[in-house]
Design a protein around this ligand. Structure first.
Ligand code: NAD
Ligand code: IPM
Ligand code: MN
Length: 347
């Protein structure tokens, strides 16, 4: 029997509840589909930091390298550990060390979900650059605490990094409706985004079958709300992609629906699957976190592992659940009830 070994990092807050739900669904579908999933759980989180002084051990990356995939809940609990410490100690180093440069975030309305827009034609795929740009961690502060203090955060854009994410996005557009929207801010940013637009034009010439349009990120934010049916694949830098995908999540019914895959497309290292949302400290003790984003991320993991039929079964079970009105209204159904409905839709 095929077997896949998965590193599971539940992380903080609602991370545990949504990953427990996703794992239950993944196990059920694996059992019914004739393959095995083996989990190894890592307690890396803000509590782990408070106990050990590190978000993950020094050899954490080496430990994760031997797995077929990583399933992650959420990282961050600002009341205990500053975000700049927790995220730069766990989530961001994994994306970077494993060169998971393509952060793929599908945004579409599941049946029965009433998004905030009047249209129900909302189906886009965001492709977010995931290893460089504004997240490079390049910068510093001088004259700290004085009136002359200066803080610098440099966005790093390499030709290799921009070209490979754009190529990945062109490929995704070919598999979908053949449209690519490339997002920059080249009217205000003089270097990086002009460079991004140039590379987009170069690659457009190689992909005459894909219709490419460049948009400024501010205009794209408006377009996602006013004309979402005009969009198919949307490719953006790390920070712009981060912001646009919370908007995409809101349009698809809320953060509880938005899934993501942090892919190393060349498969030289494990890819990581996680919901777009964070640890949700405001609802963490209440038992009402929506597990759909985490379960959907699990389906993306199955797809990546080659278990396409099982991935489709999970997506069909999610659709059957929301079509019954379960999990569609934030806070109405408990995490356990949504998970139980997905499990029963599987069988
Ligand atoms: P958040 O995504 O945790 O929460 C934003 C809002 O969405 C909250 O009102 C929350 O209750 C709601 N929400 C999120 N997920 C939900 C779900 N599954 N079901 C129902 N409601 C849900 O964002 P935040 O408050 O800005 O961040 C909280 C912490 O999480 C911070 O430490 C932040 O840095 C971290 N964070 C981590 C990740 C990650 O690990 N990938 C992503 C985003 C934020
Ligand atoms: C996300 C999150 C992270 C990001 C944070 C927690 C660093 O918001 O995965 O969207 O900005 O990438
Ligand atoms: Mn985000």
């Amino acid at each position: 029997m095929t077997s896949h070994s998965i590193a599971v990092i539940k992380g903080d807050g609602i991370g545990a509840a949504v990953i427990d739900a996703a794992w239950e669904v993944l196990q059920a579908v694996a059992k019914g589909s004739g393959f095995a999933l083996h989990d190894t759980a890592f307690p890396w989180s803000c509590d782990h930091y408070l106990e050990t002084g590190a978000m993950m051990p020094a050899d954490g990356i080496d430990t994760l390298r031997r797995f077929d995939a990583i399933l992650l809940g959420a990282v961050g609990w600002p009341a205990k550990v500053p975000d700049a410490v927790s995220l730069h100690g766990l989530l961001l180093p994994i994306r970077k060390a494993f060169d998971q440069y393509a952060n793929v975030r599908p945004h579409r309305l599941l049946p029965g979900v009433q998004g905030p827009l009047r249209t129900d034609r909302f189906d886009i795929l965001c492709v977010r650059e995931n290893t460089e740009g504004e997240y490079a961690g390049a910068g510093g502060r001088i004259h700290v605490g004085t009136p002359h203090e200066v803080a610098v955060e440099t966005g790093i854009f390499t030709r290799r990094g921009v070209e490979r994410i754009l190529r990945f996005a062109f490929t995704q557009a070919r598999k979908r409706r053949g449209k690519l929207a490339s997002v920059t801010k080249s009217n205000a940013q003089k270097h990086s985004m002009v460079f991004w637009d140039e590379i987009t034009r170069q690659l457009a010439a190689e992909h005459p079958d894909v219709e490419v349009t460049s948009y400024h990120v501010d205009a794209m934010a408006a377009r996602m709300v006013t004309a979402p049916e005009s969009l198919d694949v949307v490719v953006a830098s790390n920070l712009f992609g981060d912001i646009l995908t919370d908007l995409g999540a809101a349009i698809q019914g809320g953060l509880g629906f938005a899934a993501s895959a942090n892919l190393n497309p060349e498969r030289g290292a494990p890819s990581m699957f996680e919901p777009v949302h964070g640890s949700a400290p405001d609802i963490a003790p209440l038992g009402i976190a929506n597990p759909i984003a985490a379960i959907w991320s699990g389906a993306m993991m199955l797809e990546h592992l080659g278990e396409t039929a099982a991935a489709e079964r999970v997506m069909a079970a999610l659709a059957a659940t929301t079509a019954r009105g379960i999990g569609t209204i934030p806070g109405k159904d408990r995490t356990n009830a949504i998970t139980a409905a997905v499990l029963s839709a599987l069988s």
